[in-house]
Each structure stands twice: as structure tokens, then as C-alpha cells.
Ligand binder design. Structure first.
Ligand SMILES: *[C@@H]1O[C@H](CO)[C@@H](O)[C@H](O)[C@H]1NC(C)=O
Ligand SMILES: *[C@@H]1O[C@H](CO)[C@@H](O)[C@H](O)[C@H]1NC(C)=O
Length: 212
């Protein structure tokens, strides 16, 4: 008999407790048709309703869904969200560039986090540059959120050569693990970055051995 009166507050609470965090700047991956095709409609509805949700929740949602394709969905790579749905949002950076970012923590859960660059052409997004930012304690519920956890910058690595040259090769991934609630969140920003020092090839060892 309480159902009708508690339905709305319960839904509101559900939304709140399932909102955790996501990049708002630069634009991060969003769900689209490619996501539907790989991860299924239930995952699509969940991410469309609340992009902040956790990977364990998605694992539950997709389990036993006939349109969930685990071999292409890969929930542990950008929450399964697809490059193909986000080709309009590929950022362009250069090696050494300082990139300001905003990660919106919608609901804190004590954990740890890091920002890395992943090779999106591999099945699970191999990390090719790690700890561009790193927090041993992140989104602690014991204190208010330090501004550096939401508003921070990373410096693009100068060590990647041409690995990120061209779209569809690399993404910036924030990985936040919250053992306190057994939840993990990811948020990915697609980008391309030309190789460093194209005009100064000798600085990178090209031709070395001929002259020095
Ligand atoms: C980060 O900056 C935004 C405004 O750009 C602000 O609303 C937010 O409170 C800041 N976060 C923290 C934790 O200070
Ligand atoms: C950092 O993030 C990567 C995913 O981008 C994850 O595999 C790794 O476990 C994280 N490292 C730590 C120390 O949490």
C-alpha cells in the first residue's frame, strides 16, 4: 500500500545513488547505435539514462540479455562505450600539451583513481601511458571533495611517437575504483595526437649513427 507514495522518491534515490561521475570537459564517450549493437538495448537505456553508472552494474544488466555480445562489448574498456558512436568528439592534442579536464563527481564513493592513455585498437584498451594523474584516495566520503579531484590538468606524453596519430587509436581514460561499494567507473575521451618533433627528426634518433 505504500507503493504509490514511495515510488517517486525511490526512483529519485535510485538515480542519485547510481550517479557517480563522468568527464564533462572535454566531451567524453556517449552511448549510440554501436553501443546498442555490442552491449544490448538494456545497457544502452542504462547509460542513456545515467552515464555515470558503474561497470559492475552494467555487468548485471547485460547478463543473459540476448542482444549482449561480450566479445565486442568489452565493459572494462570505456564501459563498453564505442569510438564509432563518438567520431564527432575526437579531440586534437600535441605532445606536451597541458589539457584541462573536468570530472564531475556526482556521488562520492571512497576509492582510488588514475588517468591513463589507452590504445583503443586492442580488445581491452591496453594502457600505453599511465598515471598522468593519480589519486591514492579519491572521492572520499569522509571529507568534501578537493577541487583537484574534479578540476585538474594532464600533460600529454611525449613518449608515444605516432601511436595516437590519427583518430580511432587512443583515448584518455579515467579509472576510478571504489572497493568501499565494489564499484568501478570509467570515462573516456577520444583524441588524436601527431608524433612529436616531426620537424626535428634528429632529436628522436632518426638518422643517428650516420652523424653521431
Ligand atoms: C570544479 O569547478 C566547477 C566550476 O568550473 C565547480 O562547480 C566545482 O565545484 C569545482 N569542483 C570542486 C571540487 O571544487
Ligand atoms: C589505473 O587505470 C587502469 C585503467 O585505465 C587500471 O587498469 C589500473 O588498475 C589502474 N591502476 C591503479 C593503481 O588503480
Amino acid at each position: 500500500m505504500h507503493f504509490t507514495t514511495t515510488l517517486l522518491p525511490t526512483l529519485a534515490l535510485f538515480t542519485l545513488t547510481n550517479a557517480h561521475g563522468y568527464f564533462t570537459t572535454p566531451p567524453a564517450r556517449q552511448p549510440g547505435p554501436a553501443y546498442q549493437q555490442s552491449c544490448g538495448m538494456q545497457a544502452y537505456y542504462q547509460m542513456s539514462g545515467d552515464i555515470n553508472g558503474n561497470i559492475q552494474g552494467l555487468t548485471q544488466t547485460t547478463k543473459n540479455q540476448p542482444d549482449y555480445n561480450p566479445s565486442t562489448c568489452r565493459l572494462w574498456k570505456c564501459k563498453g562505450l564505442k569510438y564509432a558512436d563518438n567520431t564527432a568528439h575526437v579531440q586534437k592534442y600535441s605532445p606536451g600539451q597541458v589539457v584541462p579536464m573536468v570530472f564531475d563527481i556526482r556521488a562520492p564513493h571512497t576509492g582510488s583513481a588514475n588517468v591513463s592513455i589507452i590504445d583503443i585498437t586492442t580488445l581491452d584498451g591496453t594502457v600505453i601511458a599511465s598515471n598522468l594523474k593519480k589519486w591514492d584516495v579519491y572521492a572520499s566520503t569522509a571529507s568534501s571533495i578537493p577541487s583537484d579531484e574534479e578540476n585538474f590538468s594532464i600533460t600529454m606524453p611525449t613518449t608515444l611517437g605516432s601511436r595516437c596519430a590519427g583518430p580511432g587509436k587512443c583515448a584518455i581514460q579515467l579509472f576510478w575504483d571504489a572497493p568501499s561499494v565494489e564499484q568501478t567507473y570509467e570515462s573516456c575521451v577520444d583524441f588524436e595526437m601527431a608524433a612529436a618533433g616531426k620537424r626535428h627528426a634528429r632529436d628522436f634518433g632518426v638518422g643517428r649513427g650516420l652523424k653521431d
